[in-house]
Design a protein around this ligand. Structure first.
Ligand SMILES: O=c1ccn([C@H]2C[C@H](O)[C@@H](COP(=O)(O)OP(=O)(O)OP(=O)(O)O)O2)c(=O)[nH]1
Ligand SMILES: [Mg+2]
Length: 149
């Protein structure tokens, strides 16, 4: 497995680094490194620290911060930026933009698992400008052009 450099910025994360919950898990759960519980009102967005900094150090990778399905579906706790994109050269603390898109206030407890981190491969590109593309089966057809059923 690839080794990922991590700095522990909050003592509570020491010996408590995010783990894959099962052998097939894609996400590492990020915790809310809060000193005390906070109440997130409906419609409110709060930037929550995770106590961790990572350094991917390879433009062939990025990390994504994604919501946890249960919090999102049952409690309306999702991300203010919808998806957090962590660049391979970012070395600061991982922050979770936490949006209560629901109708009821949500009490977020210190060290609660809030979101998840997924490491993904990335292809950086350089532009090859052309006047015409070689014809493809789809061409410019989109938005249901292959039919509905
Ligand atoms: O949910 C997030 C999203 C981003 N970041 C950090 C890592 C990322 O590399 C950096 C910049 O993010 P992004 O490029 O998405 O934001 P921007 O608004 O374009 O800022 P910048 O001008 O710094 O690129 O902020 C987080 O900690 N959490
Ligand atoms: Mg940016």
């Amino acid at each position: 497995m690839k080794k990922l450099q991590v700095k522990v910025l909050d003592e509570r994360m020491k010996n408590n680094l995010p783990q894959y919950a099962t052998a097939g898990s894609a996400g590492l759960d990020l915790r809310a490194c809060l000193d005390e519980a906070i109440t997130i009102e409906p419609g409110q967005t709060v930037l929550v620290p995770t106590g961790l900094a990572i350094y991917l150090d390879d433009p062939g990778y990025a990390a994504l911060i994604l919501p946890r399905s249960g919090l999102g579906h049952k409690h309306g706790i999702v991300l203010g930026n919808l998806v957090g994109l962590i660049d391979s050269d970012y070395q600061g603390q991982l922050m979770v933009s936490t949006w209560n898109r629901g109708q009821t206030a949500f009490k977020l407890e210190p060290m609660e698992r809030l979101a998840q981190l997924v490491i993904v491969p990335v292809a950086q590109v350089e532009w090859a400008e052309v006047e015409e593309f070689t014809a493809s089966e789809r061409g410019a057809g989109g938005f249901g052009s292959t039919g509905r059923a």
